[in-house]
Design a protein around this ligand. Structure first.
Ligand code: MV4
Length: 446
């Protein structure tokens, strides 16, 4: 096991990584920007190093400052968390050159799964279901038009280097497709430095279901079943839950095994998430792979009992996966609510400032992942998430009741948060019935 790990992140995920390190008997070195100098979790670190000014490019995104901190603190590994540098193949490569273990995939595995055209090719070869569409990148307008005629409209143009909804265009007829291809290529080149685009069949009414997977450095991979993340707004998830309500368990097992095959085919070491869309007939189609530990990982921890954060560290240290697929089971139901410092009544306007009141819910089956304490100032420089509420119970109805109860206990002020919206969702009949699609929240907010 590592002796000392540098946490290249901030906020709740820095604290989550720190807790995992300490449970493994590993020292945790935190880095912080000037905006986070007073963050209370820094006092729990074995060492805390200031790496620069508030803007992320001067601190959490600054590779040379992070590597300097890692060398000064003499760490053997860096955990990137999510966001910032977590999915940067160049950062993974630089860590390797500096002989510091990157807690995440190799740059090769990251490139193979991070590039969507390449990922789709690997997926197809591993018999992971994908949407019908172009085999590689589209070169010419005519090529796209011919293909679209075969697969039928609507189709969607996506940037190979895009992700999380960036660089997508839906085309419902030939005219739009013709006028969109070149523009999409130029946009992709400007935005990602890579102009490759591809097309595939566009699915109108879908649920977003993702599979948590783990791979070790010895060629083994397993999945930890699914999370349903359909409740989202502008590609930002609000609620995640596991298991996905109403989905055939045999289908989930099949799709889970396909996700494990995919990461194995990429020689993937660590935690990965394979995203799928599911149609009304419960057919699955792979979208993309997230090559990091995700925000919503606690949902899976609660239902499977596997500590994903500790696993990410153990796998990077070269340990074998300590269990087999047949040993992983889902027990009960878990729901996570992202608590953002935003005002849902004012179009989710950021609500930074000092949190005077921060009174947490508790009791059976309630978990809070948050770095906030009363008196904490939410800096305006970063993501607005101030914590996550995760509730676990024997079944979905009881998990909803428990989440609603915990949300009513949760008192935050004077800043605005997404708590009232979450409570409204828990009481909403379509949500309670289960199986809402990815457009549900935006419909509800209209
Ligand atoms: C799609 C799709 C429908 N058909 N691909 C959006 C984020 C990126 N990961 C892929 N996305 C989509 N890809 C096909 N072929 C619809 C979306 C989509 C979406 C997906 C998941 C969660 C929310 C979404 C919201 C709008 C569109």
């Amino acid at each position: 096991m590592f002796k000392r790990v540098l946490i290249a992140n901030r906020g709740e995920i820095a604290l989550r990584i720190l807790r995992a390190c300490h449970e493994l008997g590993v020292e945790a070195v935190c880095v912080y920007s000037k905006a986070d100098a007073d963050a209370p979790y820094l006092r729990l670190a074995d060492r805390a190093i200031c790496i620069g000014d508030a803007p992320a490019k001067d601190s959490y995104l600054n590779i040379s400052r992070l590597i300097s901190a890692a060398e000064i603190a003499d760490v053997d590994a860096i955990h990137p968390g999510y966001g910032f540098l977590a999915e940067r193949a160049d950062f993974s490569a630089i860590c390797r050159e500096c002989k510091i273990a990157f807690i995440g995939p190799s740059p090769e595995a990251m490139a193979k799964l991070g590039d969507k055209v390449e990922c789709k090719r690997t997926a197809k070869a591993a018999k992971v279901p994908v949407f019908p569409g172009s085999e590689g990148a589209i070169e010419e307008e005519d090529e796209a038009v011919e293909l679209a005629a075969q697969i039928g409209y609507p189709v969607i143009i996506k940037a190979s280097a895009g992700g999380g909804g960036r660089g997508m265009r839906v085309c419902r007829n030939e005219a739009t497709l013709r006028s969109s291809i070149k523009a999409a290529q130029q946009e992709a080149l400007a935005a990602f430095g890579n102009g490759a685009v591809f097309i595939e069949k566009f699915l109108e009414h879908a649920r977003h279901i993702e599979i948590q997977a783990l791979g070790d450095a010895h060629g083994h991979a397993v999945h930890l079943f699914e999370r349903d993340c359909s409740v989202q707004r502008r590609h930002q998830k609000l609620i995640e839950e596991s298991p996905a309500p109403g989905v055939d368990r045999k289908k989930i097992a099949t799709i889970g095994e396909s996700a494990a095959r995919l990461i194995k085919a990429a020689n993937y070491c660590g935690a990965a998430t394979v995203e799928f869309l599911m149609d009304e007939k419960q057919n699955f189609y792979m979208l993309e792979v997230n090559t990091r530990v995700q925000v919503e990982h606690p949902v899976t921890e609660m239902v499977t009992g596997v500590d994903i954060m500790k696993m990410s560290i153990r796998l990077a240290a070269g340990e074998h996966l300590p269990f087999k697929q047949k040993d992983v089971h889902v027990r009960g139901h878990a729901i996570e609510c992202r608590i953002n410092a935003e005002d849902p009544a004012r179009n989710f306007m950021p609500s930074a400032g000092v949190i005077d009141t921060w009174q947490l819910p508790g009791g059976p089956g309630v978990r809070i992942d948050s770095h906030v304490v009363p008196g904490y100032r939410v800096p305006p420089n970063y993501d607005s998430m101030v914590g996550k509420l995760i509730c676990h119970a024997d079944d979905r109805a009881q998990a909803i009741a428990r989440t609603a109860r915990a949300l009513r206990e949760f008192q935050v002020g004077p800043i605005k948060t997404t708590i009232p919206l979450h409570l409204r969702l828990m009481e909403q009949s379509d949500f309670r019935a289960g199986g809402v699609d990815i457009h549900f929240l935006e419909r509800l907010l209209k």
